[in-house]
Design a protein around this ligand. Sequence first.
Ligand SMILES: [Zn+2]
Length: 329
Amino acid sequence: MQFFTHRALLLVLALGLWPAVQAQSVEVPQAVVPSVGINGVNMTAQRVSTVAWYVEGLSAMGSSANQNFISNAGFVITPAGVVVIDALGSPALAEHLLAEIRKLTPLPVTHVIVTHYHADHIYGLQSFKAQGARIVAHGAAREYLQSDSARLRMEISRQELFPWIDETTRLVPADQWIDGPTELTVGGVRFLLQPVGPSHTPEDLVIYLPQDKVLFAGDLVFRNRIPYVGQADSGHWIQSLETLLTFDTALVVPGHGPLSNEAKSDMALTRDYLVYLRNCMADAATNMEPFDSAYEAVNWSRFEHLPLFGAVNRMNAYNTYLLMEREVK
Ligand SMILES: [Zn+2]
């Protein structure tokens, strides 16, 4: 496939020229919805394909100033209702997303599919639940929902993200827990839900729309920024990316960062970063070299120009160092 710039791609979609996805079009407006600021946060629904849209979070850490709008959410407009993918990082953002959806269709949100239970993707769930949406997620998240870390994360967020996260914000479990590949059809649109954890989290799900060859990749793919690794199982994450690289994907909506029509190279960047982290930190752990000097000795030049390198790379390396210490034993 010919590669387009993002702007050119949107133009192509707006003009209805996209060759692979025209056949089964659903009636939705052609124009990209103009941005509207609510309490200083801009959110613009951007068209992905005939049926799919997304909003793009900021490349930043969550804060009161940005309402925790640091992750993406997708939505798919079917003749029978709207399927949302991820609920954003606060109830206010979820309401904002609902307002963007309302500009495009009066149909109700029937489902919210959760790619994983990190705060920035799920603190808006209660707003969709209140509208009657059915929440679908991978069953491995149940353990996290009952954990001290989920409770502590919420307590910290109530301070750091106040007033957007407060005493009324709660963790919402799924109505439907899945434990294997699952197909969902809404209004004739097929959604393939593919578990890919434990990678970024135990409960990682990606959502693939075969009719438009669109992949909602959750946090398996970070585009144009350094991934947040945290407690991830990076070995399995790399394997999952190898699996995703075999999908027939025209467009990727990542969990963070802009829409990609260069699916393979973006997935490869995340994979290469994880492989590099693991290799460097495995050497240090094997040689019992202290973390600080090992970190200083690594040549980071391939990645240090990417956004959030300064904010997260050292922590990613440290978590990987600890993981490698356990793995090399
Ligand atoms: Zn995440």
